[in-house]
Design a protein around this ligand. Structure first.
Ligand SMILES: CC(C)(COP(=O)(O)OP(=O)(O)OC[C@H]1O[C@@H](n2cnc3c(N)ncnc32)[C@H](O)[C@@H]1OP(=O)(O)O)[C@@H](O)C(=O)NCCC(=O)NCCS
Length: 177
């Protein structure tokens, strides 16, 4: 089942993020940088903040009362100059996070979450969806390309105290609502 997360999901989301975020990091990432990122960006408190933000929606994939995946979408004008340059004047929702528990990789769960996320963005009247993905995360890049995204630019990403290189991918939305 895919549904919108609510305030009661913050603890389970932080637990899922602690398992799935390290899988998205480049092989040489230090455990300290990963821990710092989890603490600064993916803690229970941070998820509570995201869930209270009217410009953000979190979709969760739930099975038997357990959260197995989530996406976090931001319907707000980006501020990163590299992203603005890549997107031009298009109104674009950011797919800021897309994570599935490893037990569910390769089973279609990610595609279902992606479909629901694109539908949500289309319902907001967005022209497109964009995302940043680590340039070394081949598995995620393949998944996004299969899902219809193409590369439109590059940007940097701060992981703890390190700066990483991200690709910016975008997908146009044709059907609205
Ligand atoms: C990125 C991510 C969401 C993609 O999910 P996924 O389930 O691994 O991706 P896919 O749906 O492409 O599945 C992987 C493989 O299983 C196969 N598969 C997909 N659905 C299937 C199904 N219903 N039945 C059988 N096999 C299936 C796919 O064909 C794919 O094989 P391929 O890569 O050779 O084409 C997931 O790998 C993940 O959470 N990774 C860690 C976090 C991360 O990197 N997130 C992105 C941050 S930007």
């Amino acid at each position: 089942m895919i549904r919108k997360a609510d305030a009661g999901d913050a603890a389970a989301l932080a637990e899922l993020a602690a398992v799935t975020f390290p899988l998205a990091c480049p092989p040489g990432s230090s455990p300290e940088d990963i821990a710092l990122h989890l603490q600064r960006t993916l803690s229970q408190e941070k998820f509570s903040e995201y869930l209270a933000d009217s410009g953000i929606v979190i979709l969760v994939l739930e099975e038997g009362g357990r959260l197995d995946g989530y996406t976090l979408l931001v319907d707000r004008q980006p501020t990163d100059p590299d992203v603005l340059r890549a997107l031009g004047t298009r109104r674009s929702v950011e797919l800021s996070k897309c994570y599935v528990h490893p037990d569910h990789h390769g089973r279609g769960a990610a595609s279902s979450l992606m479909r629901a996320s694109l539908d949500w963005a289309a319902e907001q009247g967005s022209d497109s969806v964009w995302l940043g993905v680590n340039s070394q995360n081949a598995k995620a890049i393949r998944f996004y390309e299969k899902s219809g995204f193409t590369r439109v630019g590059t940007k940097s990403f701060t992981l703890g105290d390190s700066v990483e290189s991200d690709f910016i991918l975008e997908q146009a939305l044709t059907a609205k609502g």
